[in-house]
Design a protein around this ligand. Structure first.
Ligand SMILES: Cc1ncc(COP(=O)(O)O)c(C=O)c1O
Length: 398
């Protein structure tokens, strides 16, 4: 009886190490915890969705406190310093010069993808995505009556790679757009300059526009280095980004794009105006400006904590659950677990029922035999999650 061994009343946030300040999020209408425990029971440990349990950077909080003390939350515009902070971030962090004129505003990366899909393609046009990939890439295409062309990643001994041979084969005259996750959610690949160059050459040969979603660009583990697609090409490309993942402020719904091409940029801007989506919110704007100007020390600390979590999870699974296949993520706080060697129909359901751990179902990413684990939490909690998963795993393989 597996459940007898599982401690049901574990206090999720007990013993949080306060290095980064891990915060109890329960009863805050939080999607990660409250939505799941309300639905599946208080004993479930949620380890899904891509946000973190850490308090955001102190400098950001200081600025928010000032704005709260000020007490007026009237209409606010994005300042010159806001755009300069983005330009400096791309230069300092990714060694890429951008013109502030290329920057466009947005209410979130996913809404920006949806707008670009509408601007750059027609109903029934084909859009390439590379599963397993972030679920909204599928949703945005389907909900806008476009057709998904799936160019699945290939799994080699070294890890996941883009399938360039198949990519050439699936392209036809209806193929207009490719949506890239760079670095890749969920497999944690940091695409190299050479891979991006090859991708851009194929896209350019077939007049395909690229959307490069770079929201995971900052959580990259050494020796890997993030390459923005803008270093490879500035033609027919739209880069989308936000400090949402990096500084754990995705709920502020503020994002930006970098679109060097005048026509694409103008088309995007006029769509944003048509939808009356040009005003942002004060905290989103201030959050970005302060994060990019003053957040790097906190970010370094975050990356080193996450790197230890990543190594810990990797070693635990390799040693204790060897039938689960995984690669060391090069980026992101997400780990992709291929459970196809486990004798279970639905691994997400299995770990929910038998381990009382809620993971992202791989089916949402186009790979039903996998699950995605979020490691951006306190290490004690992570240990608890892994111990529960191991008990469930042992019940299968013994
Ligand atoms: C690849 C990727 N793009 C976009 C988002 C969400 O961006 P936003 O909240 O700004 O829409 C996520 C969140 O997990 C993501 O992983």
């Amino acid at each position: 009886m597996i459940f007898a061994k599982i401690e049901r009343n574990f206090n999720l946030f007990e013993g949080c190490e306060l290095i980064l300040e891990c915060i109890n999020r329960i009863n805050t209408n939080c999607v990660k915890y409250d939505l799941i425990t309300n639905k599946y029971g208080q004993d479930v440990i949620p380890a899904w969705i891509a946000d973190m349990d850490f308090k955001t950077a102190p400098k950001i909080l200081e600025m928010f406190s000032k704005r709260i003390e000020h007490g007026v939350f009237g209409y606010t515009f994005r300042s010159k310093e806001y755009y300069e902070a983005i330009v400096r971030w791309y230069k300092r962090r990714y060694e890429c010069e951008i013109d502030p004129e290329w920057i466009v505003d947005g209410p979130g990366v996913v809404p920006m993808i949806a707008i670009l899909v509408n601007v750059l393609t027609q109903p029934k046009d084909k859009i390439i995505i590379q599963p397993p990939v972030y679920p909204p890439f599928f949703d945005v295409v389907r909900r806008n009556d476009r057709i998904i062309s799936a160019n699945r990643l290939i799994k080699t001994k070294e890890g996941y790679e883009m399938n360039f041979d198949d990519l050439e084969k699936i392209i036809d005259e209806k193929t207009k757009l490719l949506i890239l996750s760079n670095p890749h959610n969920p497999v944690g690949r940091v695409w190299s300059y050479e891979e991006l160059e090859r991708l851009c050459l194929i896209a350019s040969k077939h007049h395909i526009t690229l959307i490069s979603d770079e929201i995971h660009a900052d959580v990259v583990y050494k020796p890997h280095r993030f390459t923005t697609i803008l270093k490879v090409t500035q033609e027919k490309v739209a880069v989308l980004n936000s400090p949402g993942k990096t500084f754990n402020i995705p709920g502020l719904t503020n994002s930006y794009g970098i679109i060097p091409d005048n026509e694409i940029r103008a088309a995007y801007k006029s769509a944003l105006e048509r939808l009356e989506l040009t005003t942002g919110n004060i905290f989103g704007m201030e959050g970005l400006r302060v994060a990019y100007n003053d957040g790097e020390k906190w970010l370094d600390e975050l990356i080193s904590y996450l790197q230890e979590n990543r190594d810990f999870v990797y070693n635990f699974i390799k040693q204790q659950m060897p039938l689960i296949d995984l690669f060391m993520p090069q980026a992101t706080f997400l780990i992709w677990l291929d459970c196809s060697k486990l004798n279970v129909e639905d691994p997400q359901k299995f770990f929910l029922e038998k381990a009382r751990v809620y993971l992202n179902p791989g089916s949402d990413f186009g790979d039903p035999k996998s699950v995605r684990l979020n490691i951006a939490c306190d290490r004690q909690l992570l240990l608890k999650i892994l111990q529960r998963m191991k008990l469930a795993y042992d019940s299968l393989v013994r």
